[in-house]
Design a binder for this molecule. Structure first.
Ligand SMILES: [Zn+2]
Ligand SMILES: [Zn+2]
Length: 236
């Protein structure tokens, strides 16, 4: 039925045909394509040895100070969008209002961006704690991961990682406290042993959750961990 009935754009209400966003709103989405730290995807200065402007998938940013001082457990991060308006509307629309059609919008730039690099062996989704899963009914990161797995033809390990500590809500806590809460928050089975893995998540804010999950994956024997996110919050 959805294909037969004209829809209204989720953001501006204009006629969107059979799509979730109208063409102008789709074209206005803030792609995360300025030079950024290859490890954590924070915008940084341009890498001096690369020609500029380079294609966004070449990610010609320098490694940021934070990653130099405290290298995270993951080696690379790729984000589809910068987390600002209207991503702060689109991601909650998926998470809390069951707008599943948003999954395509949130994953399409990632497909394009990661396809040019060497792909991981398997994907895992950032797990929700069972209590949150029961509240929400689904894991939004798993929906994103399933779409990416299908489009890129990479296996998705759905039952390999578990969140064993209910760390939510993390918002508003100081970074130190967040990290303490997240220590040993995840366990992974040895299905990841010797595999190169990409973790799929909706939003990367401080990167603490992704770092904690990456550590758990490495403890379980993973060879390498990178992060694929729909939106990257830019830290001041
Ligand atoms: Zn619109
Ligand atoms: Zn960095």
């Amino acid at each position: 039925m959805r294909l037969l009935l004209p829809q209204n754009c989720l953001l501006c209400g204009a006629d969107a045909g059979d799509a979730v966003l109208c063409t102008p709103c789709l074209a206005d989405l803030p792609l995360h394509d300025s030079p950024a730290c290859p490890i954590c995807a924070q915008p940084t200065a341009t890498h001096s040895v690369l020609p500029y402007p380079a294609a966004p998938e070449h990610n010609p940013g320098e490694v940021c100070g934070a990653c130099l001082r405290h290298p995270p457990a993951f080696t690379r991060s790729v984000s589809a969008y910068t987390y600002r308006f209207p991503l702060d509307k689109l991601i909650p629309a998926l998470k809390y209002h069951h707008q599943f059609a948003v999954v395509d919008v949130l994953t399409a730039p990632l497909v394009a961006r990661v396809a040019s690099a060497s792909l991981p062996d398997v994907l895992v989704a950032m797990p929700l704690h069972p209590l949150r899963l029961r509240e929400r009914g689904f894991n939004q990161s798993l929906l994103l991961a399933r779409r990416l797995a299908a489009r890129l033809q990479i296996p998705l390990l759905e039952h390999t990682c578990q969140r064993i500590r209910d760390t939510a809500p993390q918002t508003g806590l100081p970074v130190k406290q967040r990290q303490a809460n997240l220590r040993n928050a995840f366990v992974c089975t040895d299905a990841v042993a010797n595999k190169r893995i990409a973790i799929v998540d909706d939003v990367m804010t401080t990167g603490s959750s992704l770092d904690s999950l990456a550590r758990a994956l490495l403890r379980a024997g993973a060879a390498d961990v990178q992060c694929w996110v729909s939106a990257r919050a830019v830290m001041p």
